[in-house]
Design a protein around this ligand. Structure first.
Ligand SMILES: [Mn+2]
Length: 339
């Protein structure tokens, strides 16, 4: 699968041209992103949707999951539907920030014989699905690629679009702290702020407030930290019981893994989260999600891929089923021994 390495390359420009032509000749466009959306997923979805509306297209913005409270301040987010039937009559689908088609959830099945699929992403592990692809792992966020598409569409960047894209970039760069933060990131944000994105407003919405339940959950997360024998891996674990006890939801866990990542001498941080809805699983198995963060030495995308997941070299994840949390911990300790 071809991955474009930089937005300034001729290959990127060619692929961009194909996508613009396809979007321009589409009548009704289905825009979506992954389940359990993060800031980049929501920001990119909203910005792409609003821009296509502005270009005079009929647009359906869809996500399987509820929009996390954190991102509800974005204007345009109320247009996102969770009704799978909204896809009826759409001739083109734009799938953003999904390393593989199944990341979009149950609708992935519908996509297999869909007339035109456009895959927009920045994960190097992207499976290469779709008829048209614009995959740039050098982009700091999918929102960066969406920005370039909007520019090419000739749509002006409104305050709503700028704020959505800025939110995507801010969250995917860990507030400009991660290695994907570059000169281009700031150049892009300069344009977005000029177009009306308000950094202090966005920061206040994203980081300004913690519910008491979230703070208590953080306390439990910190308390759960264990370090591998060789001192290179830190592990956090959160169960459904903890969420119930603190009255929190999975989105409240976002960002907590960074505490485990910041411990001195740690190369890899792991957060195991027990998922809900394990009733369909065989025997007494329960579903878990494992998040991996690297401080740059270890490629955690490669690790996640061996478990059927994916991501970026420094941030990746996978789903796994097991009878107990300890079964998964044992696998993580075995992984730690290889570091
Ligand atoms: Mn992303």
């Amino acid at each position: 699968m071809e991955i474009v390495s930089t937005a300034s390359s001729n290959r990127f420009k060619e692929k961009m041209k194909e996508i613009i032509e396809t979007l321009n000749s589409s009548r009704r466009i289905f825009v979506t992103t992954h389940v359990n959306p993060d800031g980049d997923a929501i920001g990119s979805l909203v910005a792409m949707g609003l821009a296509l509306f502005a270009a005079g297209k009929k647009v359906v913005m869809y996500n399987e999951s509820t929009i996390p409270t954190l991102y509800r301040f974005l204007s345009g987010v109320d247009r996102v539907t969770h009704d799978p039937e909204a896809i009826d009559g759409c001739d083109t689908a734009v799938i953003i920030d999904c390393g593989d088609l199944h990341r979009m959830g149950r609708m992935a099945v519908e996509m297999e014989d869909f007339p035109i699929l456009i895959n927009i992403d920045h994960h190097a592990t992207n499976s290469g699905f779709g008829h048209y692809r614009l995959i740039d792992p050098k982009a700091c966020a999918s929102a960066e690629i969406v920005y370039r598409i909007i520019e090419e569409l000739g749509v002006s960047i409104t305050t709503s679009i700028a704020t959505a894209l800025y939110t995507g970039i801010l969250t995917d760069t860990g507030s400009f702290r991660f290695a994907n933060t570059s000169r281009e990131t700031f150049a892009l944000c300069e344009m977005l702020v000029a177009a009306g994105a308000n950094p202090s407003d966005v920061a206040r919405h994203l980081y300004g407030q913690y519910s008491i339940g979230r703070l208590k959950l953080l306390n439990m997360a910190l308390d759960s930290i264990e370090i591998s024998r060789n001192g290179k891996l830190s592990l956090m674990a959160l169960t459904q019981e903890m969420l119930a006890e603190t009255g929190t939801v999975p989105e409240d866990i976002d960002g907590m893994i960074n505490y485990a990542r910041r411990i001195e001498n740690i190369d890899v941080a792991v957060l195991i989260r027990e998922n809900r809805n394990g009733n369909h699983l065989a025997g007494n198995h329960r579903p878990f999600h494992v998040s991996l963060r690297s401080n740059g030495i270890v490629d955690v995308a490669a690790v996640a891929t061996t478990y059927g997941g994916g991501g970026h070299p420094t941030a990746a994840g996978f789903q796994v089923e097991a009878a107990t949390l300890n079964d998964i911990k044992d696998r993580i300790w075995a992984l730690a021994d290889t570091l």
